[in-house]
Design a binder for this molecule. Structure first.
Ligand SMILES: Cc1ncc(COP(=O)(O)O)c(C=O)c1O
Length: 391
């Protein structure tokens, strides 16, 4: 039986900004992309992808990309002038390396690998294939900040590493492009984003933090301030460049990262972030494996999970139930990019129909995770809505 909760659960999809992070500044980080010698910061990861296509001169040819993709990374490649071609990914997010080799042709200009939700893809093997064919390898770590394949940090094996900072850390925005190896590209410093946008995202995240810590009082204050804030944003005609959106927008392609966002990155205890995410993931793995077969049965060394990928048959219903109970679960990658023929990739189509993101980020305490597990179990074990009762 489910436990009755004293206060409404609030489990935000992303980590929130703690007020202390506005003042604190930690030692220099050993994690990518902060430790990279050649790095450029952007507002979004998608800007880094667009810049990569232009920088490497891929716009005259094809980029070989996984059929399992978000869509915005493909949009950035297309907008920059390259043609995406897709390779097979299996039901356990396993890249079909034979298909990669098979799809390389005279027009191929680069290989593109995505590390899914912190779980490393076969980057060594992709490196070997890229070298054999004289192609650059782009390693997309947008969903895999702070993650490593054992001792090897993700984003260091490809010629290019792409990172999104605001999905893992409570930053108002932030993406990065790292150039690895001997290539000496020197990129211009992108212009700063509108400070009103940075301010607006920062306030939202602080308010979420208040709700996270303050229960019903925090929720009330957040509701009040949000109402006032929306009016103020409208009245002042503030430009808010939204993060986490589905589509690429050329108008924002040049935007860089603000010094304020850098400061927040420097205030993070990154080792602690990895440890807490692993702890929370591991807890869900143990508590949910009997009600939903895990996509990954273990958490390999070095992995910093972005979320817990919950496999369900009735995705819409489960999402609705979790959200109704205060868990901001997300529909993971429902759609193919229109350039990708869905019928050619049935396993990917199935993944798109069945995977729900359950938060396991650093803000969630063991007590909250216990409630999350209980709610998820309840959502999975309830009968499907349209099931008819016999008799
Ligand atoms: C694999 C992948 N690459 C790139 C991006 C783009 O990230 P951003 O929102 O920082 O542009 C996303 C966004 O979700 C993604 O999932």
């Amino acid at each position: 039986m489910e436990t009755v909760m004293r206060d409404k659960l609030f489990v935000p999809a992303l980590p929130t900004l703690w007020p202390g992070m506005l003042l604190h500044r930690g030692p220099p980080s050993g994690f990518m992309p902060f430790s990279a010698s050649n790095v450029r910061y952007f507002y979004f990861a998608r800007n880094a992808i667009w810049t990569t296509v232009k920088m490497l001169g891929l716009d005259s040819g094809e980029v070989l990309m996984p059929a399992y993709h978000h869509g915005v990374e493909v949009e950035a490649v297309v907008d920059a002038g390259a043609t995406p071609r897709f390779y097979r990914v299996g039901g356990r997010w396993d890249v079909d390396l034979e298909d990669v080799e098979k799809k390389i042709g005279p027009k191929t200009r680069a290989l593109y690998l995505i590390h899914y939700a912190g779980f490393p893809g076969p980057v060594e093997e992709m490196r070997r294939i890229a070298d054999k064919h004289g192609l650059p390898l782009i390693e997309d770590c947008a969903l895999s900040l702070l993650s490593a394949d054992g001792p090897v940090p993700l984003g260091t094996t490809g010629d290019i590493g792409i990172f999104c900072l605001y999905k893992t850390l409570p930053m108002p925005h932030g993406g990065a492009l790292t150039v690895n190896g001997p290539r000496q590209y020197s990129l211009p410093e992108p212009p700063l984003p509108p400070s009103s946008s940075t301010f607006s995202h920062t306030v939202s995240s602080l308010l979420q933090n208040l709700e996270l810590r303050g229960g019903s009082i925090g929720r009330g204050v957040r509701g009040l301030v949000r109402g006032l804030g929306k009016g103020a944003v409208k009245a002042a005609d503030i430009e808010r460049v939204a993060t986490g959106t589905q589509h690429f927008d050329r108008r924002h392609v040049d935007l860089g990262m603000s010094p304020f966002a850098h400061r927040i990155a420097q205030a993070q205890d990154l080792e602690g972030v990895v440890e807490r995410r692993r702890r929370n993931y591991f807890f869900l793995l143990g508590r949910l494996r009997d009600v939903s077969s895990p996509l990954f049965n273990q958490l390999p060394a070095g992995v910093c999970p972005l979320f817990y990928p919950l496999v369900v048959d009735n995705k819409e219903e489960v999402l609705e139930r979790l959200r109704a109970r205060g868990i901001e679960a997300i529909d993971f990658w429902k759609h193919f990019h229109p350039a990708c023929d869905a019928s050619a990739f049935p396993e990917v189509a199935r993944s798109r129909r069945t995977i729900v993101e359950v938060p396991c980020h650093q803000d969630l305490t063991p007590e909250v995770m216990a409630e999350v597990a209980t709610v998820v179990r309840g959502a999975l074990t309830r009968e499907p809505r349209n099931q008819k009762h016999a008799g």
